[in-house]
Design a protein around this ligand. Structure first.
Ligand code: NAD
Ligand code: GLY
Length: 388
């Protein structure tokens, strides 16, 4: 699809034509499209108007995104004659709390939104998760639109309908499956994202390649650095490939009774690290996933499941783009191998007391394993903690 922004008349000098990829998520009566392209925010009003029951909405965003991009979204809603209120939440993981959820639900009701109205989640995964959850419960389920503004949110959290908040018991333990009505991923908003956040999002892009698409891994090796440096076409292509894979997996297994768990490649190890560090920001989620994916491949090799060399290839690419691959810098901050294994057991991915791992038979060939011996995990982690 091509979207063009052209003014008619003699002074039509400023013509911008941008390519937009459209990825459908085939979920029957809850199907929706993911649009991916540069500058989509400028045209968002028309696309949003098409899914609204009436020209009225509420934008939920965070302070950082509001400062940088709210005017553009607000302008395009106004151009489409859509009335809106705005809720600006503090940035950061702590916003995914009961307190902020209560406030947000109150603001949605104050704004007079009805069941068939839709709210807009405009931000990273934090804003998407809490707004989606509020939409799932206010008036027993309202519609919502995702306008993800981080790379992680564009390739992962805005797609597939997982929504929720954190509690003292852990991350994302209270939530709902609630699909958005539309996802608009503007690759240009990534220009303002801090480099560290961009790289953390790249880990989730790489996840798709490693779990199911070896050709995409080769493409990322060639084009990943350009994508990170700001190449718009490389970004659009990588986001579209990632979303296509996620859309196919979600369409086949919306509620994660099987295949969707493949999306947790690197997460069993990664979450244990984040939890062991008390989610203190030492590691961004994507950085923990990067280490976790490197470990999943090393572990697969150690178990004889994956040919020798694949883990080194994965780690080499992670290092080439500036992502971590091991526990080196964290050594004196991590607990013992036994304690890390115990943390894994508390994870919501443990089933019936057994640890669930996503392992690999090679690059692009991940599978879900329910029968890894505890002793093998502990021995592997021991080895990882001792790696120079
Ligand atoms: P985030 O939402 O905290 O955003 C990261 C930082 O970037 C924030 O400070 C934010 O204000 C800032 N930011 C966002 N967009 C920006 C932009 N364009 N320019 C400048 N700054 C910008 O973090 P995230 O990495 O997007 O998301 C992490 C969250 O996503 C976690 O809570 C995680 O649990 C959740 N998540 C959910 C799913 C899902 O399927 N629902 C999947 C993966 C992760
Ligand atoms: N981020 C994993 C999933 O959506 O299932």
């Amino acid at each position: 699809m091509t979207t063009s922004d052209a003014t008619s008349g003699d002074d039509a000098l400023d013509i911008a034509v941008t390519e937009t990829d459209v990825v459908p998520v085939a979920l029957g009566d809850r199907a929706y499209d993911i649009q991916i392209g540069a500058g989509l925010l400028d045209f968002a009003g028309d696309d949003i108007a098409a899914v609204l029951a009436r020209p009225r909405t509420l934008i939920v965003t965070d302070e950082n995104v509001a400062k940088l991009h709210l005017d553009t979204l607000a302008g395009s809603l106004s151009m489409a004659d859509i009335a809106f209120d705005t809720v600006v939440l503090p940035p950061g993981e702590a916003t995914k709390s009961f307190d902020h959820l209560r406030q947000l639900c109150g603001r949605m009701l104050d704004a007079g939104l009805e069941r068939h109205d839709a709210v807009i989640a405009f931000g990273g995964g934090v804003i998407g998760d809490i707004t989606g959850f509020a939409a799932a419960i206010v008036r027993r389920g309202m519609r919502f639109i995702q306008i993800p503004t981080t790379l992680l949110a564009q390739v992962d959290s805005s797609v597939g309908g997982k929504t929720g908040i954190n509690t003292a018991h852990g991350k994302n333990l209270i939530g709902a499956f609630h699909q958005p009505a539309l996802v608009l991923a503007d690759t240009e908003v990534l220009d303002t994202l801090p480099e560290r956040e961009l790289k953390a999002g790249y880990a989730e892009v790489l996840k798709y390649a490693l779990l199911g698409d070896a050709a995409f891994f080769h493409w990322l090796r060639a084009h990943g650095p350009a994508l990170l440096a700001g190449d718009g076409d490389a970004r659009r292509h990588a986001i579209a490939v990632s979303c296509r894979m996620k859309a196919a997996i979600v369409a086949a297994d919306e509620r994660e009774s099987g295949r969707r768990a493949l999306l947790n490649l690197g997460h069993t190890f990664g979450h244990a690290l984040e939890a062991a560090l008390g989610y203190d920001g030492t590691l961004l989620h994507g950085e923990a996933v990067a280490i976790g994916m490197a470990q999943a491949f090393r572990f697969s090799e150690r178990l004889g499941l994956c040919p020798t060399g694949a883990a080194a290839e994965v780690a080499a690419h992670l290092r080439a783009v500036g992502l971590p691959t091991g526990l080196k810098e964290l050594h004196n901050r991590l607990p013992s191998a036994e304690q890390l294994t115990a943390i894994m057991h508390q994870d919501k991915k443990a089933e019936g007391g057994k640890l669930v791992f996503v392992l690999a038979r090679g690059i692009g060939e991940a599978f879900i394993s329910h029968d890894v011996a505890e002793a093998d995990v502990a021995a592997f982690l021991q080895e990882e903690l001792a790696r120079p």
